[in-house]
Design a protein around this ligand. Structure first.
Ligand SMILES: CC(C)(COP(=O)(O)OP(=O)(O)OC[C@H]1O[C@@H](n2cnc3c(N)ncnc32)[C@H](O)[C@@H]1OP(=O)(O)O)[C@@H](O)C(=O)NCCC(=O)NCCS
Length: 203
């Protein structure tokens, strides 16, 4: 672990990788503009700071448990993706991460990469309900589809209305199945349907 990236205070180190410097602008419903870029290993520090700003409810909905604070190794793992089987897009304002959308695809017992990937989205409480989660999820869906993934899957706690609404809004034909206190969600990613994942719903 690079301890310098997880210091308790002070500025976080800048992105180290080329992916971490590929910044796009995203306009939200309320007119605010945020930077969006792929996550970078140096973001372990920013993820910790974001986590410290999340409400207990948001933490519970994201991790299905009242997590206190992820360990440094977990933060490093979350920040270090291969931009293929694992990807994460972050929204950044004033050098702080305010939202993350990530997918994680496992490996089949045969060693083959799965064609479906697990989706997770977290938006800092102060930035929720401005369209950011949905815009990030759609951007990530477009990236995943270009890499050959055919669907996102997600598990959503039964009382998490925001996440269910977000998943249903990603595109058409989203399937939602209730199974023992959780919803299992299946989001098809369609080839050649750029409008599904690429359109920005700026209101
Ligand atoms: C779920 C979450 C990512 C949504 O992010 P967001 O930026 O607030 O969502 P958006 O503003 O993009 O809204 C997306 C849709 O959800 C709806 N929505 C958002 N918050 C809602 C709420 N509290 N109740 C009901 N609907 C809600 C919006 O109206 C919108 O639906 P629409 O397009 O049909 O109008 C955010 O609430 C969050 O981070 N929660 C904690 C972590 C979590 O639950 N993650 C999901 C686990 S996979």
């Amino acid at each position: 672990m690079n301890v310098a990236t997880v210091t308790p205070s002070g500025p976080c180190a800048p992105p180290r990788s080329a992916a971490g410097t590929a910044v796009e602008l995203l306009a939200l419903h309320d007119g605010s503009v945020v930077d969006v870029r792929p996550i970078d290993p140096a973001d372990a520090c920013r993820l910790r700071r974001m986590f410290d700003r999340l409400s207990p409810a948001s933490i519970y909905f994201r991790f299905f448990a009242p997590v206190r604070r992820p360990r440094a190794a977990t933060l490093e793992h979350l920040a270090s993706v291969d931009h293929d089987r694992r990807e994460a897009l972050v929204a950044v304002v004033d050098d702080e991460i305010i939202a993350v959308a990530r997918y994680d695809s496992g490996v089949e017992p045969s060693g083959a990469v799965r064609s479906e990937a697990e989706l997770a989205v977290t938006v800092e409480d102060a930035w929720q309900r401005r369209g950011l989660g949905l815009l990030l999820a759609r951007r990530l869906a477009a990236v995943a589809r270009r890499r050959g993934y055919t669907a996102f899957t997600a598990s959503v706690l039964g009382e998490n209305r925001a996440a269910l609404a977000l998943m249903r809004a990603i595109g058409p034909d989203v399937e939602v199945r209730f199974a023992s206190a959780e919803y299992e969600v299946y989001v098809p990613l369609r080839d050649g349907d750029d409008d599904v994942a690429g359109r920005s719903r700026v209101r």
